[in-house]
Design a protein around this ligand. Structure first.
Ligand code: ADP
Ligand code: MG
Length: 498
């Protein structure tokens, strides 16, 4: 059934949106959270597992020390306090994605709590997002439902389970309710998750690839009537796996909930699934509160009591905060607000940073990553960074800067570099794409063009310089774009004064 939606602006007139974000980060430790099984992506199903991952009787968990350190670093980067005493808890539920029938998580004693993250929107607006807690847990396995149209369990003939992901270390970061975002609720949510991505990449603790599920966001949204103090009932839209979808899912929920509330209905507290193809959400399972999970202290693990020395050592090693880092880049690159917004929207800050580090000018790096590469990436339905490396861009740009090829030809070379993996120089050489620098070839083309446009020389001699355009144009055409227009003009003007 299709949801009724209220116009977005109308919804905001009547209601105040409140959002809350839960982000799961998979840590890139070598081994899993509670066993020595390898933490790898893409292996044959059920090969990267140990007896602990599948909950065989008698198997006992052992905490991964590196995962604890990574979690503390992340907690510190989130501006949190690190608990002097923190413990694990069992979150009980029956579902085949975890063989034990419970997930080891943290409940009332999380490793990190009470933080704040500075987030900068594309338009430069700053938001300080309050963090309630960040806790450690293990990921669950992956179910594939076969048969049935939607890939969901309902109507499936059978289900496959892969425990490779079971036991992968996770940190769940939970915000406090975020007020006052108004029409920017979706943007704030998306920018926050991007900031978390930048943060964990800078820390080097996660691969942070949303399409692989390394970084997953659940977006809680509720509405309350204007002037009301009481929080409305929230829905939790699960695992929205791109920044753009987060923004759209939040907007969608605002419009959907507003239509229900305005017609006198009630919002059901439930999880919802985001559908990328239709840009809509649909009901998942009803969700009440934590009691249902019968949390209790994990008896097989000792509490975590990090020493003050360890915490201070990790604090001293923290990288620059993402919002601060961005401001520094914008300044040092000398981009205007508009240019920088383009870069943010294109999601290519790390690419530009890496390209500039290899010696390309910031202006050229920006030009490449926000125009031609982005266009090709959209055309091919991939991310810009999957298409080409900063080293390839630097290689290509050096050819343009040296005058070996023109800007226009460079775009052709780029496509060939992407498709063949060859260097710019190899392609220019093998395809004969170098600028024609041989004066006699250019002069012959100029003479030919002048013969076809006999009145041009006369006009130029009378000082009507715009007449040169036709000659330069036809020389460029004759040279298939491989001539330097300034050089052609220079040679032409020499003929005028002959
Ligand atoms: P759960 O067990 O349901 O996942 P969590 O405490 O992990 O609960 O996360 C709930 C998230 O929803 C938090 O980010 C919290 O700030 C947010 N939240 C709680 N109440 C509301 C509400 N009424 N409207 C919007 N967000 C809310
Ligand atoms: Mg939660």
């Amino acid at each position: 059934m299709k949801d009724k939606l209220m116009d977005f602006d109308k919804a905001l007139e009547l209601f105040e949106p409140v959002i809350g974000l839960e982000v799961h980060v998979e840590l890139n430790t070598k081994t899993k959270m509670f066993s020595a099984a390898p933490n790898i992506f893409g292996a044959e199903p059920n090969t990267a597992i140990s007896e602990v991952c599948i909950g065989l009787p008698g198997s006992l968990p052992v905490v991964n020390g590196k995962a604890v350190e990574y979690s503390i670093s992340l907690g510190l980067a989130l501006g949190c306090k690190i608990a002097e005493h923190s413990s694990f808890a069992r979150k009980n539920y029956f579902y085949p994605d975890l063989g034990k029938n419970y997930q080891i998580s943290q409940y009332d004693e999380p490793i990190a709590y009470d933080g704040e993250v500075e987030v900068e929107l594309a338009d430069g607006e700053i938001w300080n997002i309050p963090i309630e807690r960040a806790h450690m847990e293990e990921d669950a396995g992956k179910l594939t439902h076969v048969g049935g149209a939607t890939g969901r369990i309902q109507g499936a003939e059978y289900s496959l389970v892969d425990y490779n992901r079971a036991g992968v270390p996770l940190v769940e970061i939970v915000t406090r309710p975020i007020f006052g975002t108004e029409g920017k609720a979706g943007e704030v949510a998306s920018a926050y998750v991007q900031t978390i991505r930048d943060m964990v990449l800078a820390l080097g603790i996660s691969d942070a690839r949303m399409e692989r599920g390394n970084l997953r966001c659940d977006a809680n949204v509720s509405l309350r009537p204007r002037g009301s103090e009481k929080l409305g009932t929230r829905t939790e839209t699960k695992n929205v796996n791109s920044f753009r979808s987060i923004e759209r899912a939040v907007r969608y929920e605002i419009q959907r909930q507003a239509a229900i509330l305005a017609s006198g209905g009630n919002i059901i507290q439930e999880t919802r699934h985001w559908h990328e193809d239709t840009s809509t959400t649909s009901a998942g399972r009803p969700k009440s509160d934590a009691e249902d999970y019968r949390y209790f202290p994990e008896p097989d693990l000792l509490p975590i009591q990090p020493s003050a020395e360890l915490v201070e050592k990790l604090r001293a090693e923290l990288p620059e905060a993402p919002a601060k880092h961005r401001r520094r880049l914008k300044e040092s690159w000398g981009f205007t607000d508009l240019e920088f917004r383009d870069v943010v929207n294109a999601g290519v800050i790390p690419q530009i940073e890496a390209t500039v580090a290899l010696g390309t000018s910031p202006a050229q790096a920006r030009k490449w990553w926000t125009s031609e590469i982005l266009r090709l990436a959209n055309e091919r339905g991939v991310e810009a960074e999957e298409l080409v490396t900063p080293a390839q861009v630097t290689d290509l740009d050096a050819q343009v800067a040296s005058g070996a090829i023109t800007d226009k030809i460079a775009r052709t070379v780029l496509v060939k570099m992407i498709d063949s993996g060859k260097s710019a120089a190899e392609i220019i050489e093998s395809e004969g794409l170098a600028v024609v620098s041989d004066d006699s070839a250019l002069e012959a083309a100029i003479d030919q063009a002048l013969a076809e446009n006999p009145d041009v020389l006369e006009k130029l001699r009378e000082g009507k310089l715009q007449a040169a355009g036709a000659i330069i144009g036809s020389v460029m055409k004759a040279m298939a774009g491989k001539a330097d227009a300034a050089k052609v003009r220079e040679l032409l003007m020499a003929k005028v004064s002959e």
